[in-house]
Ligand binder design. Structure first.
Ligand code: OGA
Ligand code: NI
Length: 331
Protein backbone atom coordinates (compact mmCIF):
# COMPACT_ATOMS: atom_id res chain seq x y z
CA UNK A 1 0.00 0.00 0.00
CA UNK A 2 1.48 3.40 -0.92
CA UNK A 3 2.51 5.54 2.03
CA UNK A 4 2.33 8.88 0.21
CA UNK A 5 -0.79 10.99 0.88
CA UNK A 6 -3.91 10.44 -1.23
CA UNK A 7 -5.91 13.58 -2.04
CA UNK A 8 -9.49 13.40 -3.28
CA UNK A 9 -10.23 16.37 -5.53
CA UNK A 10 -13.97 16.02 -4.99
CA UNK A 11 -13.60 17.13 -1.36
CA UNK A 12 -14.30 20.75 -0.36
CA UNK A 13 -11.76 23.18 -1.92
CA UNK A 14 -10.49 24.36 1.47
CA UNK A 15 -9.84 20.77 2.53
CA UNK A 16 -8.07 19.91 -0.74
CA UNK A 17 -5.90 23.03 -0.33
CA UNK A 18 -5.01 22.05 3.22
CA UNK A 19 -3.96 18.57 2.16
CA UNK A 20 -1.92 19.91 -0.77
CA UNK A 21 -0.10 22.23 1.60
CA UNK A 22 0.78 19.35 3.92
CA UNK A 23 1.83 16.98 1.15
CA UNK A 24 3.75 19.64 -0.80
CA UNK A 25 5.82 20.44 2.26
CA UNK A 26 6.32 16.94 3.61
CA UNK A 27 6.90 14.90 0.44
CA UNK A 28 6.52 17.00 -2.70
CA UNK A 29 4.46 14.02 -3.93
CA UNK A 30 0.83 12.95 -3.55
CA UNK A 31 -1.73 10.76 -5.27
CA UNK A 32 -4.83 12.32 -6.80
CA UNK A 33 -8.20 10.58 -6.93
CA UNK A 34 -11.55 12.08 -7.89
CA UNK A 35 -9.59 13.76 -10.71
CA UNK A 36 -12.20 13.46 -13.44
CA UNK A 37 -9.94 11.98 -16.13
CA UNK A 38 -11.77 9.28 -18.04
CA UNK A 39 -10.44 5.88 -16.98
CA UNK A 40 -11.46 4.18 -20.23
CA UNK A 41 -9.56 6.82 -22.22
CA UNK A 42 -6.43 6.29 -20.14
CA UNK A 43 -6.65 2.53 -20.57
CA UNK A 44 -7.12 2.88 -24.30
CA UNK A 45 -4.02 5.03 -24.46
CA UNK A 46 -2.04 2.49 -22.46
CA UNK A 47 -3.08 -0.34 -24.76
CA UNK A 48 -2.24 1.67 -27.90
CA UNK A 49 1.11 2.69 -26.43
CA UNK A 50 2.03 -0.96 -25.89
CA UNK A 51 1.13 -1.55 -29.52
CA UNK A 52 3.36 1.33 -30.58
CA UNK A 53 6.38 0.08 -28.63
CA UNK A 54 5.83 -3.42 -30.02
CA UNK A 55 6.28 -2.15 -33.60
CA UNK A 56 9.52 -3.16 -35.33
CA UNK A 57 12.41 -0.79 -34.76
CA UNK A 58 12.57 -0.09 -38.51
CA UNK A 59 9.11 1.46 -38.26
CA UNK A 60 9.64 3.30 -35.00
CA UNK A 61 12.69 5.13 -36.41
CA UNK A 62 10.32 6.91 -38.76
CA UNK A 63 9.19 8.80 -35.65
CA UNK A 64 12.67 9.25 -34.20
CA UNK A 65 13.32 12.36 -32.16
CA UNK A 66 16.07 13.46 -34.52
CA UNK A 67 13.27 14.06 -37.06
CA UNK A 68 11.23 16.13 -34.62
CA UNK A 69 13.64 19.08 -34.93
CA UNK A 70 13.17 22.00 -32.60
CA UNK A 71 9.79 20.78 -31.39
CA UNK A 72 11.71 18.07 -29.52
CA UNK A 73 9.19 15.36 -30.20
CA UNK A 74 9.34 11.75 -31.18
CA UNK A 75 10.62 8.33 -30.28
CA UNK A 76 13.90 7.46 -28.66
CA UNK A 77 15.29 3.95 -28.27
CA UNK A 78 16.29 2.09 -25.13
CA UNK A 79 19.28 3.85 -23.53
CA UNK A 80 18.70 7.00 -25.62
CA UNK A 81 18.21 9.40 -22.70
CA UNK A 82 20.89 10.16 -20.10
CA UNK A 83 19.63 11.21 -16.67
CA UNK A 84 22.40 12.10 -14.21
CA UNK A 85 24.90 11.34 -17.01
CA UNK A 86 24.00 7.63 -17.43
CA UNK A 87 21.72 5.96 -19.93
CA UNK A 88 18.22 5.20 -18.65
CA UNK A 89 16.88 1.70 -19.27
CA UNK A 90 13.72 2.93 -20.92
CA UNK A 91 12.27 3.57 -24.32
CA UNK A 92 10.03 6.56 -24.90
CA UNK A 93 7.84 8.75 -26.98
CA UNK A 94 8.01 12.53 -26.48
CA UNK A 95 4.84 14.46 -27.13
CA UNK A 96 3.22 17.76 -26.28
CA UNK A 97 0.51 20.22 -27.21
CA UNK A 98 -0.14 19.85 -30.93
CA UNK A 99 0.75 23.06 -32.80
CA UNK A 100 0.67 23.30 -36.56
CA UNK A 101 3.47 24.75 -38.66
CA UNK A 102 1.64 28.06 -39.11
CA UNK A 103 1.25 28.73 -35.40
CA UNK A 104 3.16 31.98 -34.65
CA UNK A 105 5.26 30.28 -31.96
CA UNK A 106 6.35 27.60 -34.41
CA UNK A 107 6.96 30.19 -37.13
CA UNK A 108 9.15 32.11 -34.71
CA UNK A 109 11.21 28.94 -34.16
CA UNK A 110 10.41 28.68 -30.46
CA UNK A 111 12.01 25.42 -29.26
CA UNK A 112 9.69 22.70 -27.86
CA UNK A 113 6.68 23.99 -29.77
CA UNK A 114 5.38 22.26 -32.88
CA UNK A 115 3.60 19.27 -34.34
CA UNK A 116 3.85 15.82 -32.81
CA UNK A 117 5.57 12.91 -34.50
CA UNK A 118 2.99 10.16 -34.23
CA UNK A 119 1.84 7.22 -36.31
CA UNK A 120 -1.31 7.97 -38.27
CA UNK A 121 -4.44 5.83 -38.37
CA UNK A 122 -3.13 3.55 -41.12
CA UNK A 123 -0.38 2.32 -38.87
CA UNK A 124 -2.00 2.55 -35.43
CA UNK A 125 -5.70 3.35 -35.67
CA UNK A 126 -6.93 5.80 -33.05
CA UNK A 127 -3.53 6.53 -31.50
CA UNK A 128 -3.34 10.21 -32.48
CA UNK A 129 -6.89 11.04 -31.43
CA UNK A 130 -6.47 9.18 -28.15
CA UNK A 131 -3.22 10.99 -27.35
CA UNK A 132 -4.85 14.37 -28.04
CA UNK A 133 -7.98 13.60 -26.01
CA UNK A 134 -5.83 12.49 -23.09
CA UNK A 135 -3.58 15.57 -23.34
CA UNK A 136 -6.67 17.73 -23.22
CA UNK A 137 -8.15 16.12 -20.14
CA UNK A 138 -4.92 15.95 -18.17
CA UNK A 139 -4.06 19.56 -19.08
CA UNK A 140 -7.41 20.58 -17.60
CA UNK A 141 -6.58 18.56 -14.52
CA UNK A 142 -3.30 20.48 -14.31
CA UNK A 143 -5.17 23.80 -14.25
CA UNK A 144 -7.46 22.45 -11.56
CA UNK A 145 -4.59 21.25 -9.39
CA UNK A 146 -2.77 24.57 -9.80
CA UNK A 147 -5.92 26.40 -8.68
CA UNK A 148 -5.87 24.27 -5.52
CA UNK A 149 -2.14 24.95 -5.13
CA UNK A 150 -2.85 28.70 -5.40
CA UNK A 151 -5.52 28.44 -2.72
CA UNK A 152 -3.14 26.43 -0.52
CA UNK A 153 -0.69 29.36 -0.73
CA UNK A 154 -3.33 31.92 0.21
CA UNK A 155 -3.61 33.21 -3.37
CA UNK A 156 -6.64 33.63 -5.59
CA UNK A 157 -7.60 30.39 -7.37
CA UNK A 158 -6.82 31.91 -10.77
CA UNK A 159 -3.43 33.32 -9.74
CA UNK A 160 -1.28 30.96 -11.79
CA UNK A 161 -3.70 30.81 -14.70
CA UNK A 162 -3.41 34.60 -14.98
CA UNK A 163 0.31 34.94 -14.35
CA UNK A 164 2.18 31.99 -15.86
CA UNK A 165 -0.10 29.24 -17.15
CA UNK A 166 -2.54 31.07 -19.40
CA UNK A 167 -0.68 29.19 -22.13
CA UNK A 168 1.04 26.38 -20.21
CA UNK A 169 3.89 24.45 -21.76
CA UNK A 170 2.66 20.87 -21.86
CA UNK A 171 5.20 18.16 -22.46
CA UNK A 172 3.98 14.59 -22.33
CA UNK A 173 5.93 11.37 -22.41
CA UNK A 174 5.03 7.74 -22.71
CA UNK A 175 7.71 5.42 -21.36
CA UNK A 176 8.25 1.71 -21.61
CA UNK A 177 10.55 0.17 -19.01
CA UNK A 178 11.37 -3.23 -20.45
CA UNK A 179 11.68 -6.28 -18.27
CA UNK A 180 14.58 -7.24 -20.57
CA UNK A 181 17.85 -7.21 -18.55
CA UNK A 182 20.58 -4.66 -19.23
CA UNK A 183 23.22 -6.30 -21.44
CA UNK A 184 26.82 -6.69 -20.30
CA UNK A 185 28.79 -3.49 -20.92
CA UNK A 186 25.82 -1.08 -20.94
CA UNK A 187 26.24 1.27 -17.97
CA UNK A 188 22.50 1.59 -17.20
CA UNK A 189 21.70 1.28 -13.51
CA UNK A 190 18.13 2.55 -13.35
CA UNK A 191 14.98 2.81 -15.41
CA UNK A 192 15.40 6.55 -14.81
CA UNK A 193 18.26 7.91 -12.76
CA UNK A 194 17.68 10.21 -9.80
CA UNK A 195 16.39 13.62 -10.85
CA UNK A 196 13.79 16.28 -10.13
CA UNK A 197 11.23 17.55 -12.62
CA UNK A 198 11.76 21.01 -14.07
CA UNK A 199 8.41 22.72 -14.15
CA UNK A 200 5.38 23.27 -11.93
CA UNK A 201 3.71 19.90 -11.43
CA UNK A 202 3.94 16.48 -13.03
CA UNK A 203 0.83 14.31 -13.41
CA UNK A 204 1.86 10.70 -13.84
CA UNK A 205 -0.24 7.73 -14.64
CA UNK A 206 1.49 4.37 -14.22
CA UNK A 207 0.46 0.77 -14.69
CA UNK A 208 0.53 -1.85 -11.94
CA UNK A 209 4.18 -2.95 -12.25
CA UNK A 210 5.84 -0.44 -9.87
CA UNK A 211 9.46 0.64 -9.46
CA UNK A 212 9.15 4.40 -8.92
CA UNK A 213 10.81 5.66 -5.73
CA UNK A 214 10.88 9.02 -3.97
CA UNK A 215 13.62 10.32 -1.72
CA UNK A 216 12.64 11.28 1.83
CA UNK A 217 14.73 12.30 4.82
CA UNK A 218 14.59 8.69 5.99
CA UNK A 219 15.55 7.12 2.67
CA UNK A 220 13.86 6.00 -0.54
CA UNK A 221 10.18 5.09 -0.36
CA UNK A 222 7.97 3.45 -2.98
CA UNK A 223 5.62 5.57 -5.07
CA UNK A 224 3.94 2.49 -6.42
CA UNK A 225 0.77 2.07 -8.40
CA UNK A 226 -2.60 3.11 -7.00
CA UNK A 227 -5.22 1.95 -9.53
CA UNK A 228 -6.99 4.80 -11.32
CA UNK A 229 -4.99 7.51 -9.50
CA UNK A 230 -2.53 10.08 -10.76
CA UNK A 231 0.70 10.61 -8.93
CA UNK A 232 1.38 14.35 -8.71
CA UNK A 233 4.72 15.90 -7.82
CA UNK A 234 6.12 19.37 -7.32
CA UNK A 235 8.66 20.53 -9.91
CA UNK A 236 11.58 22.97 -9.68
CA UNK A 237 9.51 26.05 -10.61
CA UNK A 238 6.93 25.50 -7.88
CA UNK A 239 9.77 24.90 -5.43
CA UNK A 240 11.34 28.18 -6.58
CA UNK A 241 8.12 30.15 -6.34
CA UNK A 242 7.36 28.93 -2.85
CA UNK A 243 10.87 29.65 -1.60
CA UNK A 244 11.43 25.90 -1.14
CA UNK A 245 8.35 25.36 1.01
CA UNK A 246 6.87 22.98 -1.55
CA UNK A 247 9.65 20.69 -2.50
CA UNK A 248 10.83 19.44 -5.85
CA UNK A 249 11.95 16.07 -4.60
CA UNK A 250 14.38 13.62 -6.26
CA UNK A 251 12.89 10.43 -7.58
CA UNK A 252 14.03 7.50 -9.70
CA UNK A 253 12.77 4.32 -11.32
CA UNK A 254 14.47 1.03 -10.51
CA UNK A 255 15.43 -1.51 -13.14
CA UNK A 256 12.45 -3.66 -13.97
CA UNK A 257 12.86 -7.26 -12.82
CA UNK A 258 9.15 -7.99 -12.71
CA UNK A 259 9.00 -10.10 -15.85
CA UNK A 260 6.51 -7.65 -17.39
CA UNK A 261 7.23 -4.41 -19.25
CA UNK A 262 6.21 -1.31 -17.28
CA UNK A 263 4.34 1.60 -18.89
CA UNK A 264 4.21 5.10 -17.41
CA UNK A 265 2.84 8.36 -18.77
CA UNK A 266 4.07 11.59 -17.15
CA UNK A 267 2.54 14.90 -18.23
CA UNK A 268 4.54 17.97 -17.30
CA UNK A 269 2.32 20.95 -16.59
CA UNK A 270 4.68 23.89 -16.83
CA UNK A 271 4.76 27.69 -17.08
CA UNK A 272 4.71 29.17 -20.55
CA UNK A 273 8.06 29.15 -22.22
CA UNK A 274 8.54 32.91 -21.96
CA UNK A 275 7.28 33.24 -18.35
CA UNK A 276 9.59 34.71 -15.73
CA UNK A 277 9.20 32.78 -12.51
CA UNK A 278 9.09 35.33 -9.75
CA UNK A 279 9.38 33.94 -6.21
CA UNK A 280 6.34 34.50 -4.00
CA UNK A 281 8.52 34.11 -0.92
CA UNK A 282 12.26 34.36 -0.23
CA UNK A 283 14.13 31.03 -0.15
CA UNK A 284 13.82 29.30 3.20
CA UNK A 285 17.28 27.74 2.88
CA UNK A 286 20.21 27.24 0.51
CA UNK A 287 19.02 24.21 -1.45
CA UNK A 288 22.23 23.39 -3.29
CA UNK A 289 23.55 20.90 -0.78
CA UNK A 290 20.47 18.71 -0.76
CA UNK A 291 19.77 18.88 -4.48
CA UNK A 292 20.74 16.10 -6.87
CA UNK A 293 22.31 18.53 -9.35
CA UNK A 294 23.93 20.81 -6.74
CA UNK A 295 22.28 23.76 -8.42
CA UNK A 296 19.83 26.09 -6.79
CA UNK A 297 16.37 26.57 -8.26
CA UNK A 298 16.32 29.97 -6.56
CA UNK A 299 19.24 31.69 -8.22
CA UNK A 300 18.78 31.20 -11.97
CA UNK A 301 17.96 34.19 -14.13
CA UNK A 302 15.81 34.24 -17.22
CA UNK A 303 12.63 32.63 -18.48
CA UNK A 304 11.30 29.15 -17.84
CA UNK A 305 12.35 28.29 -21.40
CA UNK A 306 15.96 29.19 -20.62
CA UNK A 307 15.92 26.95 -17.57
CA UNK A 308 14.32 24.06 -19.40
CA UNK A 309 16.66 24.12 -22.40
CA UNK A 310 19.74 23.99 -20.22
CA UNK A 311 18.36 21.00 -18.32
CA UNK A 312 17.08 19.08 -21.30
CA UNK A 313 20.29 19.67 -23.24
CA UNK A 314 22.10 17.58 -20.66
CA UNK A 315 19.89 14.53 -20.95
CA UNK A 316 19.97 14.46 -24.78
CA UNK A 317 23.49 15.67 -25.59
CA UNK A 318 23.41 14.53 -29.24
CA UNK A 319 20.20 16.30 -30.02
CA UNK A 320 21.34 19.36 -28.16
CA UNK A 321 24.32 19.68 -30.45
CA UNK A 322 22.30 19.12 -33.60
CA UNK A 323 19.10 20.98 -32.98
CA UNK A 324 19.38 23.55 -30.29
CA UNK A 325 22.97 24.75 -30.49
CA UNK A 326 21.80 28.24 -31.52
CA UNK A 327 19.58 28.58 -28.48
CA UNK A 328 22.00 27.20 -25.97
CA UNK A 329 25.42 28.42 -26.96
CA UNK A 330 28.49 26.27 -26.18
CA UNK A 331 28.00 23.22 -23.94
C1 OGA B 1 9.95 11.55 -15.29
C2 OGA B 1 9.76 10.50 -14.25
C3 OGA B 1 8.80 8.38 -13.65
C4 OGA B 1 8.16 7.19 -14.28
O1 OGA B 1 9.68 11.27 -16.46
O2 OGA B 1 10.37 12.66 -14.93
O3 OGA B 1 10.17 10.71 -13.14
O4 OGA B 1 7.63 6.38 -13.54
N1 OGA B 1 9.14 9.37 -14.60
O5 OGA B 1 8.22 7.08 -15.51
NI1 NI C 1 10.56 12.78 -12.93
Amino acid sequence: MPSLPIIDLTEAPAEVARQIQQAGQAYGFFYLVGHGVDEALARRLEALSHQFFALPEAIKVRFAMARGGRAWRGWFPLGGELTSGRPDWKEGLYLGTELSGDDPRVQAGLPMHGPNLLPDDDLLPGFRATVFAYLDQVTQLGQRVMAAVARSLGLRDDHFAREITADPLILFRIFLYPSRPVPEGVPAEHGVGEHTDYGLITLLRQDDVGGLQVRTSSGWIEAGPLPGAFLCNVGDMLDRMTGGRYRSVPHRVLLNHSGRDRLSMPLFFDPSFDARIVPLAPPAEDDRERRWDRESVHTFQGTYGDYLLTKVGRVFPGLRAEVLADDLGPA
